[in-house]
Write a protein that binds this ligand. Structure first.
Ligand SMILES: *[C@@H]1O[C@H](CO)[C@@H](O)[C@H](O)[C@H]1NC(C)=O
Ligand SMILES: *[C@@H]1O[C@H](CO)[C@@H](O)[C@H](O)[C@H]1NC(C)=O
Length: 493
């Protein structure tokens, strides 16, 4: 079978694939224009909530990836922590999930430091290590959200111990795919489970309202058709249900990271809301105003040649509320009132989240001296990564063809449901189908998340996991030895 005897592509081809990932677009860099507005004391009071009326502000910040090539997700989370901290949230109310393998990674050119902007300072200093390494997993994330201390394993046991008047902010930055978000320790997080947890939290009466900011590919699919509009949860996502989200400050971009960095420093949507929050008085900026601003910046001049559609879901009545109720406001910005057109500079280009790791391995390979042993290793890494990608793509295509015929296969697998409908009707079918695939064909790994829609569509077509298992066994006679295919980490569902 073709995939069992996969041969790595020639390096020239590989180069083309990497470069095509760097979709370029011309910049119209705009200069930031922050206009401090002068107000009379009587006017000022109107725009400000009373600190006491707000209840307690809680924040849960989570980076769902690990590995130096995913630098940007943990950098985003650290930056978010600094915003919460400057905004006045207390450490006891901020819960951070990060694998914590970046700052002291041997590949990090600035040991002990993480940056989230090419000229930015350290955002790692002071970040609490509430849940690190293997403690960053779905079970702990849900237990923390639900405030259930006994369900937490490892970590320092900090949970969202919130009451009925409290405001909760959640920020998740990671890879994703249709209906799914990554986790450094398997399994991944599925949209239906997340929304169930939010419903449970609402039923427990332990928040007034909750704002969820989500950066991931196809992140709209986590909430689309799932998140009710009457449980006080407002979500914005980096992309709609069917497109990639984007890494930014990547090597070769403008502005690019300092030359010693081979990796992207941030993600486009994340950077957009955080750089906005860094400079504004959040007592006067509403969720809606920030959404509009972030949408504009993430859309890349409405061209969408790179960039994505930032979306809103859930209780949109919360749009009118000020960010201050959730993430506080840095007192240093008290005179920097929101002005509609003070958008931060746009980006010249960005790298598709799914290709950002390739960019890293390519950069690393490119810089090494010809015929050094390190260059050979880097080449091997790059080829393994590409090899895994084609194995996954080919196996799923073949399974589609075996199930639906060579004409029907691609049509069924690629079908996108109308907006407002969930990805899949039977989420347990989706999860079983994923496990079935992985036990026959090897791990989907980070890249393979993109194929979740195909598995969902197989379920939507009424194919039961047992039937998919038979076909997967035909498509994949064995699990390739490629390290990305290894299933020792467990299944992603
Ligand atoms: C908390 O988690 C434990 C262990 O998973 C579970 O038995 C218990 O029912 C949970 N408590 C609540 C209030 O959900
Ligand atoms: C904001 O403006 C007021 C009035 O001019 C001034 O007293 C205050 O120091 C300013 N705050 C900051 C942080 O610059």
């Amino acid at each position: 079978m073709a995939m069992a005897s996969f041969r790595p592509p020639p390096l020239a081809l590989l180069l083309a694939a990497c470069l095509s990932a760097l979709v370029l677009a011309v910049a119209h860099a705009r200069t930031p224009r922050l206009e401090p507005t002068i107000r009379l004391p009587s006017q000022r009071a109107a725009g400000q909530e009373d600190d006491d009326s707000v209840g307690t502000r809680w924040a849960v910040l989570i980076a769902g990836s690990n590995g130096y090539y995913n630098y940007r997700h943990q950098a985003d989370i650290c930056h978010a922590y600094q915003i919460m901290k400057k905004g006045g949230l207390k450490d006891e109310n901020i819960i951070v999930f990060m694998y914590d393998d970046i700052a002291h990674n041997p590949e990090n050119p600035r040991p002990g430091v993480i940056i989230n902007h090419p000229q930015g300072g350290d955002v790692y200093a002071g970040v609490p290590k509430d849940y690190t390494g293997k403690e960053v997993n779905v079970k702990n994330f849900f237990a923390v959200l639900l405030g259930n201390k006994t369900a937490v394993s490892g970590g320092n046991g900090k949970v969202v111990d919130s009451g009925p008047n409290d405001h909760i902010f959640v920020f998740y930055s990671d890879h994703g795919g249709p209906g799914v978000l990554g986790m450094p320790t398997y399994p991944y997080l599925y949209g239906d489970d997340l929304v169930d947890v939010l419903k449970k939290k609402h039923a427990a009466g332990t928040y007034k309202s909750l704002v969820f900011y989500l950066e991931a590919c196809e992140s709209g699919s986590i909430f689309e058709g799932l998140l009710p509009n009457d449980i006080g949860v407002y979500a914005t996502t980096a992309s709609n249900a069917e497109e990639s989200s984007w890494g930014t400050y990547c090597p070769g971009e403008y502005p690019s990271p300092p030359p010693e960095y081979d990796t992207c420093l941030g993600d486009l949507y994340s950077i957009s809301w955080m750089e906005d929050s860094d400079v504004h008085n959040l007592r006067t900026e509403s969720l809606k105003q920030q959404y509009n601003l972030v949408k504009k910046r993430t859309a890349a001049q409405d061209s969408y040649s790179y960039g994505s559609h930032v979306m809103q879901y859930g209780s949109l009545d919360l749009n009118a509320e000020h960010l201050f109720s959730y993430i506080g406001s840095n007192p240093a910005n008290e005179n920097t009132t929101f002005v509609e057109d003070n958008a931060l500079p746009s980006f010249s280009r960005a790298v598709n989240q799914r290709d950002a790791d390739l960019v890293y391995f390519w950069q690393k390979y490119r810089k090494l001296a010809e015929s050094s042993p390190e260059k050979n290793d880097a080449r091997k890494q790059l080829l393994e990564m590409m090899g895994h990608r084609s194995h996954i793509d080919n196996s799923i295509e073949l399974i589609g063809n075996l199930l639906f015929g060579s004409a029907g296969g691609p049509m069924v697998l690629k079908a996108v449901r109308p907006a407002g409908e969930p990805l899949v009707d039977d989420w347990s079918c989706l999860k079983s189908t994923v496990r079935t695939f992985e036990s026959q064909c090897g791990s989907l790994a980070q890249y393979g998340m993109k194929h979740m829609r195909s598995f969902a569509n197989i379920c939507n077509a009424g194919i039961v996991p047992e039937a998919t298992a038979k076909v997967a066994a035909q498509a994949c006679t064995s699990i390739p030895t490629n390290p990305w295919s290894a299933t020792h980490k467990g299944f992603s569902a």
